[in-house]
Design a protein around this ligand. Structure first.
Ligand code: BES
Ligand code: MG
Ligand code: ZN
Length: 494
């Protein structure tokens, strides 16, 4: 998406759609400059006639017959004293949807000065681009959808426009994550996920390493490999590295669950478990690879980042994991598999050991790990588990600033009793109640205790069935924007 800034204002503005964010209150003053597009007082009268007051979420549009643009869309932002950055994001997204049908340039005029102009500008650009995303890769005849391909921010002060360069890489990362999650499991296999990661590495000069099954065997990743045994498709352990130019002050590892399909294994998903949705069980890996793409282009200084995915499928065949098997992870811990459908944590166990061996300053994993987290928090809020308050605050702050929902959950150590195995060191599932907490406690067993670590359960947020603001229904790309924000502010977090 081409983005530009026009610090002059509306004079002689040309483009196909004009999107105005209007606060409640003095409309006349806010609409100054628009007179040239319409008959005198036409707009103000039309707003009054249609009872448009500027409440948050309100929208009205006009076809323009004179002037150089086709359509004028006005979205309400609510009361100025109550304005939140989220209102701006929602309004820009509603406006963007209303612009579908027009191609060319969308001009946007929002009250930039309500926050700082670069904050509002960034939010508006992201909201417009991400709201217009539509995945048509799998249609034989893609619908010809007209939507704007250029954004012009009108009347924004020219002082600090660096934010514009950041928005496109971030949106490309989110879109890549959405495409990876949206792709069906016969297309996005573990091998294809690895290929996509390699493509990103090549394009943005990241180091890359893909370990095959034998190499994972050499590393004794018995937990991860046990999950992949039931599939005809080989596991692919993906590791990309971003190294900054100049000095490294901080090293981080980001891990994503990468089950390109989760049938449940012999504990097959039946009934309400929605087996047909389980292509999105690689949402964590999509967030990680999407972030790698964004970071590769943004090139933040001073931070080295490892992107890790233990990719495979959870399927059934004659050599699949049996419920009851005892397996050994790469840190030597033995695991009794009392449920083959709790496979994500088995793959993450070896990925966490691998990441710990890199000895980073912090580790974050993202995983579509538990249905229990979906029940607890729904599809707009991810669960966050960590014993490190500093890391929790940094991730919460990053998520809040990009508008992704996150909620810190308790790491209740007494619940670990639920994972006691009669025979092995640990079993992979505990009681149904508190299922996402025991999942986090299971993961903890595979992280080097001295490294700050956070686990984010995105089972609910990686996909939405409703049209949700900047997320059209389907894959959301959840996590990319939070991770990029967190990574790019590492220097402040030291
Ligand atoms: N991939 C699922 C979790 C999931 C459920 C993701 C719903 C998205 C939506 C995970 O592998 C799983 O099957 N978890 C089980 C764990 C249980 C057996 C302890 C679950 O949540 O039911
Ligand atoms: Mg499962
Ligand atoms: Zn799963």
């Amino acid at each position: 998406m081409q983005v530009s800034v026009n610090s002059i204002g509306l004079q002689n503005w040309e483009g196909s759609v004009l999107l105005i964010g209007l606060l409640e209150g003095d409309h006349k003053n806010q609409l100054k400059g628009l007179e040239q597009l319409t008959e005198k007082d036409f707009l103000l009268n039309a707003l009054i006639k249609n009872n448009f007051t500027g409440k948050s979420g309100e929208i009205i549009s006009f076809q323009l017959l004179n002037g150089n643009s086709e359509k004028l869309v006005i979205v309400g932002l609510g009361k100025p004293e109550k304005l939140l950055i989220e209102d701006i994001r929602q309004a820009a997204s509603i406006g963007a949807r209303a612009s579908i049908g027009s191609s060319g340039k969308i001009g946007v005029m929002f009250p930039w000065e309500q926050f700082d102009a670069s904050t509002v500008g960034k939010v508006v650009i992201e909201a417009i681009r991400l709201s217009l995303f539509k995945d048509q890769r799998f249609r034989s005849n893609p619908e010809p959808i007209k939507s704007p391909s250029q954004i012009e921010l009108i009347g924004i002060p020219q002082s600090n426009n660096n934010f514009i360069q950041e928005t496109n890489p971030i949106c490309s990362g989110v879109e890549l994550a959405r495409e990876l999650v949206g792709a069906p499991p016969n297309d996005l296999t573990p091998k294809e996920l690895a290929n996509q990661a390699l493509k990103v590495a090549k394009e943005f000069n990241l180091e890359s390493k893909i370990l095959n099954k034998e190499e994972c065997q050499e590393k004794r990743m018995g937990s991860y490999l046990a999950v992949s045994k039931g599939s005809d498709l080989e596991p692919q352990f993906i590791h990309l590295t971003y190294k900054p130019k100049g000095t490294v002050q901080n090293r981080i590892a980001i891990i994503g669950k990468g089950l390109t399909f989760d049938s449940g294994g012999y504990n097959l998903k039946v009934g309400a478990a929605q087996i047909e949705k389980m292509k999105y069980d690689m949402g964590g890996s999509a967030a990680v690879i999407g972030t790698a793409r964004a970071i590769g282009e943004l090139q933040p200084p001073n931070v080295e980042i490892h992107f890790i995915v233990a990719a495979c499928e959870n399927m059934v065949n004659g050599s699949a994991l049996h419920p009851g098997d005892i397996i050994t992870a790469s840190n030597g811990k033995t695991i009794e598999v009392n449920n083959t459908d709790a496979e994500g944590r088995l793959t993450l166990a070896d990925a966490l050991v691998y990441a710990s061996e890199l000895n980073p300053d912090s580790i974050v994993d993202l995983a579509t790990l538990t249905g229990a987290c979906v029940i607890a928090l729904g599809d707009e809020i991810a669960g966050l588990w960590t014993e490190n308050d500093h890391l929790a605050n940094a991730l919460e702050k990053a998520a809040a600033s990009v508008g992704e929902g996150i909620w810190r959950m308790p790491m209740r150590s007494s619940y670990k009793k639920g994972l006691k195995s009669m025979l092995a060191d640990i079993q992979n599932t505990g009681p149904r109640a508190g299922g996402s907490i025991t999942a986090a406690l299971f993961l903890k067993e595979f992280v080097n205790e001295s490294i700050p670590w956070a686990h984010i359960d995105i089972a609910g947020t990686c996909w939405t069935d409703k049209d949700n603001g900047i997320n059209p229904s389907g894959a959301t790309g959840y996590g990319v924007r939070t991770l990029v924000e967190w990574v790019c502010h590492q220097n402040e977090n030291i």
